[in-house]
Ligand binder design. Structure first.
Ligand code: ATP
Length: 234
C-alpha cells in the first residue's frame, strides 16, 4: 500500500533522514520505533507532504505522492494523527469532527462516520458539545484519532499515541488501533513505547539517527537481543 524508497530529508544542513526505505502492506500494522530524534516524526510528516524530501520516492497504491500537496494526499486516503494530539481547542468535540470530514462529499456518509466514531469512543459522544480544549489528555487523543476516522482513509499514520497518557488509557488507545485494523484499516504507528507497539504490530522497523538499522516481523524484533537492550529496558 505504501512504499518509501531511499528517502532523504534535510532541515538546513542537518540530514534528518539518510535514505530510508520501508514498506507498509495493505491490512497490516507496521511500527517505526526509535529513540528521540531518530526521525520518526519527520518520516510521517514527509509522507503527509508537510516536509519535502531532497531525494527518494513515496508511492501510495502505486501513485507517486512524493511531490504532492498535503490536501491531495489526504484525499487519496492517507491520514496523519499528529504528535501531541492537535485538536481545535476552542471548538466543540462535534465541530472538530465535522471539520475533519471535509473530504466527504455525501452528507449521509458524514452521519454514518460520526456514529461510527461515537460508537468507538462513547466518551466523545457524552462530550459532544464540550470544548475540545477542556478535554483530558486521553480524551483529546481519542478526539484526534476520531478526526482521522472521519476521513475515508485507508492508511492511518499515528505519531506517538501513547505520549503522556496513563497506562490504562494507552491500553485503550492501542486496543482501538487493533480494532480499527481488524475492520480493514492499514496502520503506520510511530512509537517510543516500543514494548506496546511491538505487541500489536505485524512488522517493525527500527530507526536510529536517520537510518533504518533493523527490521522484521514484530515478534522477532521483540526477541532480538540488541533491540531488547536498547529499547525494551532488558
Ligand atoms: P521524537 O520521538 O523526539 O519526536 P523523532 O524520532 O520523531 O523524535 P524527529 O522529530 O523526526 O525525530 O527529528 C529528527 C531530527 O530532525 C532531530 O535531530 C530534530 O532535532 C531534527 N528536526 C526535526 N524538525 C526540525 C525542524 N523543523 N528544523 C530543524 N531540525 C528539525
Amino acid at each position: 500500500m505504501l512504499k518509501v524508497n531511499n528517502l532523504e530529508v534535510y532541515y538546513g544542513a542537518i540530514k534528518a533522514l539518510k535514505g530510508i526505505s520501508f514498506e507498509v502492506k495493505s491490512g497490516t500494522i507496521v511500527t517505526l520505533i526509535g529513540a528521540n530524534g531518530a526521525g520518526k516524526t519527520t518520516t510521517l510528516r514527509t509522507i503527509s507532504g508537510l516536509v519535502k524530501p531532497k531525494a527518494g520516492t513515496i508511492f501510495f497504491k502505486d501513485i507517486d505522492i512524493t511531490k504532492m500537496e498535503p490536501h491531495m494526499i489526504v484525499q487519496l486516503g492517507v491520514v496523519h494523527v499528529p504528535e501531541g494530539r492537535r485538536v481545535f481547542p476552542d471548538l466543540t468535540v462535534k465541530e472538530n469532527l465535522e471539520l475533519a470530514a471535509w473530504t466527504l462529499k455525501d452528507k449521509n456518509r458524514f452521519k454514518e462516520k460520526l456514529e461510527d466514531v461515537f460508537e468507538l469512543f462513547p466518551r466523545l459522544k457524552e462530550r459532544e458539545k464540550q470544548l475540545a480544549g477542556t478535554l483530558s489528555g486521553g480524551e483529546q487523543q481519542m478526539l484526534a484519532f476520531g478526526r482521522a476516522l472521519m476521513v475515508d482513509a485507508d492508511l492511518i499514520m499515528m505519531d506517538e499515541p501513547s505520549m503522556g497518557l496513563a497506562p490504562v488509557l494507552v491500553e485503550e488507545i492501542f486496543d482501538t488501533i487493533v480494532k480499527i485494523n481488524k475492520e480493514g484499516k492499514t496502520i503506520l504507528l510511530v512509537e517510543q513505547n516500543a514494548e506496546m507497539a511491538l505487541e500489536i504490530a505485524h512488522y517493525a522497523y527500527v530507526l536510529e539517527v536517520g537510518n533504518i538499522v533493523f527490521e522484521g516481523p514484530a515478534k522477532e524484533v521483540k526477541e532480538d537481543p540488541k533491540v531488547k537492550a536498547a529499547y525494551l529496558g532488558a
